[in-house]
Write a protein that binds this ligand. Structure first.
Ligand code: ATP
Ligand code: MG
Length: 365
């Protein structure tokens, strides 16, 4: 039996939802080279110590050991994605994605343990997506990369040590970031229409990710080729500036963007300076986030002028959660809408698109 899943290979994190499950699995898109760890005390959850060897025909470096997600976040030489990386072709994103699929496949299997078989197998039909700007050129290559047989072996991961998982992807359906989010907002889980204004209207989207911001325009659930576009700009650019300024002003360095984001999410702005007193970084954060918000609001305003039929703008993605108060302040009376779980709207949309394709295929015989 195969599972249908939505998977979002975000530059910041990989998100995965299985058909029929409410919760999403979110793994930071960070990897580092793996090695035999000295374990003083085993982590209390497999997700805290994803230590894997990955084989895939689509990877350029195979059978290599990787620390993935949280485990890599703690290390100095971990890799976060850069502006120039293309998620359709990135080895790193594929490594994290396959780890997520293997992990989720194991934990959602009805039988636990699987002790007798040397290898577990999970089969998927995947829905996924690419930004507006890369979709046309790369979606076929991206679908090909994910589709096929891959293998993930868990090394020192607690509870999963030594488990080998064959991840078989029989089909991949690629949508457009932002557009899939609108499909999610317009429909119920059973794909029936939930919100007719969104389903039949002309809706603007501003999806703020880590490295890209997508501004598709959706008309009656179809993407408008003329007005949709994407910017090579995301919240990570601003996070990097904040990290640099904090270093210059206070001599305090955040090892990763993820560490700074943790602080921002908890609104915990006080840092401990080495050998000195405490300091607040809130002023620096406010300054860059206000600037980011103004830039975003300007992008939306320009789009809206060019395409006045747009009824309202949805501002989504992780960046929307981070910038909400700053954007509202910069937007004045503009009709912007924010939703909860804004960084999960795409992946839930990808799942629904995959589901609707599978249903169509089975109806066609
Ligand atoms: N509540 C929040 N407060 C502050 N920052 C947040 C919040 N939620 C998410 N972020 C940050 O917003 C950024 C964008 O998150 P998101 O999950 O949308 O990116 P992504 O989908 O991985 O990236 P991309 O869309 O560029 O591929 C990340 O840097 C993330 O850490
Ligand atoms: Mg994204």
């Amino acid at each position: 039996m195969y599972k249908i899943a939505g998977i979002d290979l975000g530059n910041d994190s990989i998100k995965l939802v299985l058909d029929g499950a409410q919760d999403a699995l979110v793994i930071p898109n960070i990897v580092s080279t793996g090695y035999d760890r000295h374990i003083l005390q085993e982590e209390d959850s497999p997700l805290k110590a994803l230590d894997v060897v990955v084989y895939s025909p689509a990877l350029s470096q195979n059978n290599k050991r990787w620390f993935v997600g949280t485990l890599a976040t703690e290390l100095e030489d971990s890799l976060e994605l850069e502006e120039t990386d293309n998620k359709a072709l990135s080895d790193q994103s594929l490594i994290v994605a396959l780890t997520a699929l293997a992990y989720q496949g194991l934990v959602s299997q009805s039988y636990a343990g699987g002790g007798l078989s040397p290898m577990d197998e999970v089969e998927y039909v995947l829905g996924t997506g690419l930004p507006v700007r890369t979709f046309a050129r790369f979606h076929e290559a991206f679908e090909k990369r994910l589709t096929g047989e891959h293998e993930v072996t868990f090394m020192s991961t607690p509870q999963l040590r030594g488990r080998r998982v064959k991840v078989r992807v029989t089909r991949t359906v690629c949508s457009i970031e932002g557009a899939a989010a609108v499909f999610n907002l317009a429909t119920h889980d059973n794909l029936q229409v939930r919100d007719d204004e969104i389903y039949s209207g002309c809706i603007g989207v501003c999806e703020i990710g880590a490295l890209t911001t997508d501004l598709p325009v959706i008309r009656r659930m179809g993407i408008d080729n003329h007005f949709s576009y994407g910017e090579q700009l995301g919240i990570a650019t601003y996070l990097d500036s904040i990290i640099r300024d904090v270093e210059d002003v206070y001599g305090y360095s955040f090892p990763t963007r993820a560490k700074l984001v943790q602080r921002v999410k908890n609104r915990d702005f006080v840092i401990q300076r080495i050998g000195e007193g405490q300091a607040s970084i809130q002023g620096i954060v406010d300054q860059y986030f206000s600037r980011a918000a103004q830039r975003i609001v300007e992008l939306i305003r320009k789009r809206w002028k060019k395409c006045p039929d747009i009824q309202c703008y949805y501002v989504i993605g992780g960046g929307a959660a981070a910038l909400k108060s700053y954007i509202l302040e910069a937007a004045g009376t503009m009709r912007l809408r924010f939703v909860s779980e804004s960084e999960l709207q795409n992946v839930r949309g990808y799942l629904k698109v995959a589901k609707s394709r599978v249903t169509q295929a089975s109806h066609a015989g």
